[in-house]
Design a protein around this ligand. Structure first.
Ligand SMILES: Nc1ncnc2c1ncn2[C@@H]1O[C@H](COP(=O)(O)OP(=O)(O)OP(=O)(O)O)[C@@H](O)[C@H]1O
Ligand SMILES: [Mg+2]
Length: 156
């Protein structure tokens, strides 16, 4: 089982498709940390994840950046918690936001996860985005331990 998978997305549609692939196998207890520069496509990836996580027969939910509200919740096969740590520093606030409870009862996706790395379980999946052209993105999925290595195997 590998620790790292690299996926190229040549358009917004391909980033959404990668997100749907992830969302389709996403389960409660998963923690995904998204990293990468402003505007690389983290929120678009979450849009795809929320779609793939949707329960059959339910309506699509609107996914927007939680930069100001800090946490958005989307229903699916469980609850998907979407956090943005842009305004948090060094793990401060994650505990107050109830990260432990979120992990215990749902799946958690965090934008700017590198800003709060100390507050996350070490064994989580990191997805790093890099822009290599106007619409070209390279997504590197990296497992932090044995549990997230299993998740990665389900995505790949
Ligand atoms: N292949 C691609 N994948 C994702 N987004 C792309 C791609 N090509 C172009 N884009 C554009 O890049 C932007 C990505 O915006 P998005 O809000 O998803 O980024 P973000 O990483 O969440 O930004 P922020 O750091 O502000 O939270 C959008 O304007 C989108 O149209
Ligand atoms: Mg965003």
């Amino acid at each position: 089982m590998t620790d790292t998978t690299v996926i190229h997305a040549n358009s917004v549609a391909e980033t959404l498709e990668l997100g749907r692939r992830i969302g389709a196998v996403l389960d409660c207890g998963w923690v995904i940390g998204l990293v990468g520069d402003l505007g690389v496509g983290k929120t678009h990836l979450v849009k795809g994840i929320a779609e793939g996580f949707r329960a059959p027969g339910t309506a699509a939910v609107e996914v927007t950046s939680p930069t100001f509200v800090l946490v958005n919740e989307y229903p699916g096969r469980g609850t998907l918690y979407h956090l943005d740590a842009y305004r948090l520093h060094c793990g401060e606030g994650l505990e107050e936001l109830g990260i432990e409870e979120m992990i215990a009862c749902g799946a958690v996706v965090i934008e700017w996860a590198d800003r709060v790395a100390d507050g996350l379980p070490g064994d989580h999946l990191t997805i790093a985005g890099r822009s290599t052209g106007a619409t070209l993105r390279v997504w590197t999925l990296c497992a932090g331990g044995p549990v997230s290595r299993e998740w990665l195997a389900r995505i790949s």
